[in-house]
Ligand binder design. Structure first.
Ligand code: GAR
Length: 204
């Protein structure tokens, strides 16, 4: 199955997917300077920029992006730090085969600045979520979560680093389950055939 990955920046999650031998057939970025483009190119994977700023509307940008994505006939489209909000039309086109990673334990802290907001809220548990994408931003059936306890010394930066390590653990896991056809959704709840744990807890 062909997997297409969308990024906007550094690409550390893309790297984790590649290191886990996910069969990525193309990487797209809306940002020309995204570090992840070089990661893809170094592996001989097409690394394609569709610069959103050059389009007059969100719909026009997405139409071009989707047209190019579809040339790779993806069975799965992965958002790995893709920082553009997607319209319902785009999400519908890839319904059931579009997944995202978000740096919080959804439904807590959708949107941006999740680590600073978790600290400010005084939550004792934080983490990341891999989920199917639906038309609402950062909401959608949850495939797997990784949780870490907050420490008194944590800052937004230390939390970001600790959560990112967990992202690199659970994102390949979720994609692997999808590729193996093991994910079932019923009433908005995802289960993994075989009963693998959909929660990783790491207090190291
Ligand atoms: C990751 O922390 C990912 O969870 C986050 O962007 C970062 C990308 O890092 N995504 C979002 O905030 C999406 N709402 P990376 O480019 O090194 O993979």
């Amino acid at each position: 199955m062909s997997v297409v990955v969308l990024i906007s920046g550094r690409g550390s999650n893309l790297q984790a997917l590649l290191d886990a031998a996910v069969p990525v057939s193309a990487v797209f970025s809306n940002m020309a300077g995204a570090g992840g483009l070089a990661i893809a190119a170094a592996r001989g994977i097409p690394a394609i920029v569709v610069p959103h700023r050059e389009f007059s509307s969100r719909e026009a940008f997405e139409a071009e992006l989707a047209a190019q994505i579809d040339t790779f006939r993806p069975g799965l489209v992965v958002l790995a730090g893709f920082m553009r909000v997607l319209t319902a039309g785009f999400v519908q086109r890839y319904a059931g085969r579009l997944v995202n990673i978000h740096p919080s334990l959804l439904p807590a802290f959708p949107g941006l600045d999740t680590h600073a907001r978790a600290l400010a809220a005084g939550v004792k548990l934080h983490g990341c979520t891999v989920h199917f994408v639906t038309a609402d931003v950062d909401i959608g059936p949850i495939i797997v979560q990784a949780a870490i306890p907050l420490r008194p010394v944590d800052t937004p930066d230390t939390l970001a680093a600790r959560v990112l390590r967990q992202e690199h653990r659970v994102f390949p896991l979720a994609v692997r389950w999808f590729l193996e056809g093991r994910l079932e959704i019923a009433d908005g709840v995802v289960r993994v055939k075989g009963g693998d744990a959909q929660l990783v807890f790491d207090d190291s």
